[in-house]
Unconditional design. Structure first.
Length: 340
């Protein structure tokens, strides 16, 4: 008897790729790319053109983001920081031998950045570059919504650099401990980091005040903004903790809403719908579902779009307009789910 199809197989498109899916990202034009552990990128152009595979790195891809305009930026364990066009053309933006390029980011104003150990490399639209050394290895990078600032997390806090003023001293947000991923709230009021410890640290910028979001049973490995930045959804072991950012004070004094709890599955990846209060949740056993965040609902509404199997869900992302959801797993299964 034939195995019944999942929603993503029945309604969307799926492929079996060659290796572990490190990340999946859309660019501003709606093109899609998957970065793989074997150093290749699988690109799905918008408009129905045939997908193509590009061998980008001699080792593994470690990081992926959209390039300004169209195309993608990738970093690898070969020390190369690359710009990859949708047609497969590769431009080397930087080469830092002996370093892993674990974090990349860009802004629509044309700025691009990567980390190489303790160094932040900022690449300008004319391809000139600035290198900034920090006291310890960088744990994450994030441009501010307007692109005028770039936050770099590291041991002891976050350095917030001005991107258009080379001689300006960075703003330092201090807190003891190892700070990993970093993100700006979509309204630019907050900078947040996930920490090596089981918590999230944050800073309200204009009216300086520290935030501390705790209660996790394990380290926060995935997070995502959803519904226009009204909520921050975070992995919390066997469930998702959603913190409200609707008030001026953000989540201070608030209790998170928990979603998608499973007794037999740990959350491994998240993606937030940019338009609606929906969060896509992937688990270590390969299952993926969509949960609705509704404060007034008496029962939780979820829909499973992929059953367990094909390895842990390693990356998920919504299209910028919310019309598609993409999933990638540790065993190379990838799929695009259309969103009504």
């Amino acid at each position: 008897m034939a195995k019944p199809q999942s929603f993503i197989e029945e309604l969307g498109e799926v492929w079996q790729l060659t290796d572990y899916v490190v990340a999946c990202r859309f660019d501003g034009a709606g093109n899609l790319a998957f970065a793989l552990g074997d150093g290749s990128l699988f690109i799905v152009p918008v408009g129905g053109q045939a997908p193509l595979t590009i061998q980008a790195h001699s080792g593994a891809c470690l990081s992926l983001c959209a390039a300004p305009g169209q195309g993608f930026l990738s970093g690898g364990d070969d020390g190369r920081f690359l710009a990859i066009a949708v047609d497969g053309n590769i431009e080397q933006l930087g080469h830092y031998p002996g370093r892993w390029i674990e974090h990349v980011d860009s802004h629509s104003n044309g700025l691009m950045a990567c980390s190489a150990g303790k160094h932040l490399h900022l690449i300008k639209p004319d391809r000139s570059s600035v290198a900034i050394e920090h006291a310890s290895t960088l744990g994450g990078l994030s441009f501010s919504p307007d692109g005028r600032q770039l936050s770099a997390s590291h041991y002891g806090g976050v350095s917030v650099h001005w991107t258009l003023l080379e001689d300006a001293k960075p703003k330092t947000l201090k807190w003891a401990g190892s700070h990993l991923a970093v993100t700006w709230s979509p309204d630019a009021r907050f900078v947040l980091t996930s920490m090596q410890e089981n918590c999230i640290r944050g800073w309200r910028l204009k009216e300086p005040q520290d935030l501390h979001m705790s209660g996790y049973g394990s380290r926060v490995r995935s997070w995502t903004w959803l519904h226009g930045g009204r909520w921050l959804a975070t992995s919390a072991g066997d469930c998702v903790a959603c913190w409200p950012f609707k008030k001026r004070s953000g989540p201070m004094g608030e209790t998170p809403i928990t979603l998608a709890c499973r007794e037999d599955g740990l959350v491994s990846a998240l993606a937030g719908d940019p338009m609606r209060p929906l969060v896509a949740v992937g688990y270590e056993d390969g299952m993926a579902l969509i949960a609705e965040l509704d404060e007034s609902a008496t029962t939780e509404r979820t829909i499973m779009i992929k059953p367990p199997g094909n390895g842990a869900v390693t990356s998920m992302v919504f299209a910028p307009d919310g019309t598609r959801l993409v999933i990638g797993t540790a065993e190379g299964f990838v799929g695009i789910m259309p969103m009504a």
